[in-house]
Design a protein around this ligand. Structure first.
Ligand code: GTR
Length: 385
């Protein structure tokens, strides 16, 4: 019986471009009341809030705004880390609500070579903690901190498990302890909502740190972290640039293409990521009131860079590129010319000099030094202009 179920589920995953169904994306620039959205005012005051509400109610769950306070404690500081090239701060971030609190930790390196506050890349770490080792015993390409410092950038990370353990039986054991009503609601946030909430509390800290240029904070995530990075940047406009690496389904890839991972599959494997209401769209993508191009559009006019890997069809490289392409009208409202080609660039070729950037790295599902080198170039271009 078990084998039977497995086989029928695996058959429902399509990797054949010719079998992508005909689909129509929900209109980005027409409001729920059928009003055309023609300028930034109606986008910002009507359509954008409406889309945020739809993503909250049907996909990621609502993000609570009510907490009593956030407090920061520097637990460790080294003004001469990385052989003097960087300042290290390990910050405990404590969120209080109704006599309860949770604590999570930020690792932050800023370059010492420059006097002015640095732009900082913040990684949402969804892998092992050693990848973001503050002691630098482990130097992982997943978070190449030395390379970032040498390039003049700050580099930071927090670990998702401190906000919501990435398991269906324990995701509620951290931040959600402060918000029992979220657990009870069908539009309540779960793990990905909690991780995005954490990203915003990191931002709360970064604006207080004199070594950080808070106007140039990049939120970066890989895969499930890349889904979170988009959701965090969509909600929190203090992130000035967003990088979503191999984020795939319910990240940067269009759901309606039904290519690779699908909503039914992601909800079955990771029932603790999205709100309960999202399960209504299992095998029913066309009923979704949104699609992922709208999530990217919510970040406009701030630059978004999305990536894929050639051997990671599960994350639908073409569907990711098309989501960027279909977000362009929101950027056009701000006179940000994107002009992406109709089809994805060839593997290994990066589109860096447009507000919507993209590459499809040759290789497997991962975040590598190659990816980070493109992120640096993309950020450098946009922070300069
Ligand atoms: C996969 C999941 C993807 C992606 C990935 C990851 O198993 O199906 O949606 O998030 O995990 O996070 O590496």
């Amino acid at each position: 019986l078990f084998t039977g179920i497995y086989i029928s589920m695996s058959f429902s995953q399509n990797y054949d471009e010719s079998k992508v169904p005909f689909y129509t994306l929900p209109s980005l620039l027409v409001s729920g009341q059928n009003q055309p959205i023609k300028d930034t005012a109606s986008w910002e005051h009507a359509r954008r809030p409406e889309l945020l509400t739809l993503f909250s109610n049907y996909v990621y769950g609502t993000t609570p705004k009510d907490f009593d306070s956030v407090r920061f404690g520097i637990e460790n500081e080294d003004p001469a880390a990385m052989n003097g090239k960087a300042r290290l701060k390990e910050v405990a971030i404590r969120v209080y609500r109704q006599n309860k609190s949770i604590t999570f930790h930020l690792v932050l390196f800023t370059p010492t070579a420059q006097a002015s506050p640095a732009a900082v890349f913040v990684l949402i770490n969804n892998r092992g903690r050693s990848h973001t080792d503050p002691k630098r015993v482990v130097q992982s390409d997943f978070w190449p901190a030395e390379m970032m410092i040498d390039s003049g950038y700050g580099i930071a990370a927090f670990h998702v498990s401190e906000l919501a353990p990435d398991r269906k039986d324990s995701y509620a054991d951290a931040l959600l302890q402060l918000y029992p009503e979220q657990l009870a609601a069908d539009n309540g946030m779960k793990a990905i909502g909690a991780w995005a909430f954490g990203a915003s509390r990191v931002m709360d800290y970064l604006v207080t740190d004199g070594h950080v240029n808070a106007k140039q904070v990049v939120i970066v995530g890989h895969s499930r972290g890349g889904k979170t990075a988009l959701w965090a940047a969509a909600q929190d406009e203090r992130f000035s640039l967003c990088i979503s690496n191999c984020s795939g389904n319910t990240g940067a890839a269009l759901a309606r293409r039904q290519f690779g991972e699908r909503i039914a599959k992601i909800n079955a494997t990771f029932p603790h990521w999205f709100c309960n209401n999202y399960k209504r769209f299992n095998d029913n993508e066309t009923a979704l009131p949104v699609d992922q191009h709208m999530l990217i559009a919510l970040i406009a006019p701030r630059p978004v860079y999305a990536t894929n890997a050639t051997e990671d069809l599960w994350a639908d490289p073409k569907g990711t590129f098309l989501a960027l392409k279909n977000a362009e009208p929101a950027y056009a409202l701000y006179h940000k010319k994107s002009n992406l080609p109709a089809d994805p660039p060839s593997p290994g070729h990066a589109i860096l000099y447009a507000p919507l950037g993209y590459h499809n790295r040759i290789g497997v599902h991962d975040m590598t030094r190659f990816d980070w080198i493109q992120f640096i170039q993309f950020a450098r271009h946009h922070f300069r202009s």
